[in-house]
Design a protein around this ligand. Structure first.
Ligand SMILES: C[S@@+](CC[C@H](N)C(=O)[O-])C[C@H]1O[C@@H](n2cnc3c(N)ncnc32)[C@H](O)[C@@H]1O
Length: 245
């Protein structure tokens, strides 16, 4: 049976899991962007671009309230702002990642604003948001369902949660190659570039334990989303779920 949320080695409770995740991202925040681009062969930019393309019709509505959850150093947030042409909001519970986001916002003369907050307890009113995005964040939640129920709570009727996350490729030959890369190559390069062995051993482990794309769609339905659309990318290694309230 898949766990309720992320379970880094040695943690005993959801509280400990959340603390472990926050500390792990604090440790790699300074090198996070470099690692992201190198380990994904720069394909991460395409995944974000595809995500933005699916959301353009909402982003271009001047009244749409948009929040990028688990925004980290802000790459998706800034891509969303590029399409919306106005200030958007991002949140994350890891302060050093937000410092990176703020530096990038200032350097690129963007307008978006980020704030510190736990995605499992959003400081927002019920039915107050039109679009929630989260890229590579959900997999790290201490409890996936709690996160989805919280997203559902703050979304307005007709609102959309766009969840971009790693997944398992369906083609057996490609899956074997991908497993070799994730389990053998990625942790070594990750440890070397970040100085943290734990962080890049955790990454493939957290992907392995995460529900596959179909199961994730079913969980989103169970958490109150009415309609869920799935878009696979890069041989199914990444999936975008568009879940509507
Ligand atoms: C892999 S990074 C992704 C960052 C960014 N979205 C991107 O695509 O580069 C995951 C981020 O999720 C954040 N995160 C994980 N669990 C969280 C939670 N419960 N509440 C807020 N942020 C969380 C981490 O702090 C980290 O910055």
């Amino acid at each position: 049976m898949k766990p309720a949320g992320t379970t880094p080695a040695g943690v005993q409770s959801e509280e400990q899991a959340a603390r472990w995740v926050r500390e792990m991202f604090s440790g790699v925040a300074g090198r996070y962007d470099l690692l992201n681009h190198v380990l994904s062969f720069h394909i991460d930019k395409y995944w974000r671009w595809r995500t933005v393309s699916h959301l353009r019709h909402i982003l271009q509505r001047p009244d749409a309230q948009v929040l990028d959850l688990c925004c980290g150093t802000g790459d998706l947030l800034l891509a969303l702002e590029g399409a919306a042409g106005r200030r958007l909001y991002g949140s994350d519970f890891c302060h050093p990642m937000l410092t990176g986001a703020n530096e990038k916002i200032a350097k690129k003369h963007m307008r978006s604003v980020v704030f510190e907050g736990d995605a499992l307890r959003l400081p927002l009113r019920d039915a107050s948001i039109d679009l929630l995005t989260v890229a590579f964040g959900v997999r790290n939640f201490a409890n996936y369902r709690k996160g989805f129920v919280e997203m559902r709570r703050v979304l307005r009727p007709g609102g959309v949660a766009a969840i971009l996350e790693f997944s398992q490729p369906s083609n057996a030959a490609f899956a074997a190659l991908y497993r070799f890369y994730s389990n053998r190559v990625l942790p070594k390069i990750g440890a070397w570039l970040s100085g943290s062995r734990d962080a890049y051993t955790y990454l493939p482990e957290s992907v392995r334990k995460f529900p596959n794309a179909e199961d994730l769609g079913a969980i989103l339905h169970e958490c109150g989303f009415r309609h869920v659309e799935l878009h696979r990318m890069t041989f199914g290694t990444v999936a975008l779920h568009l879940a509507r309230v």
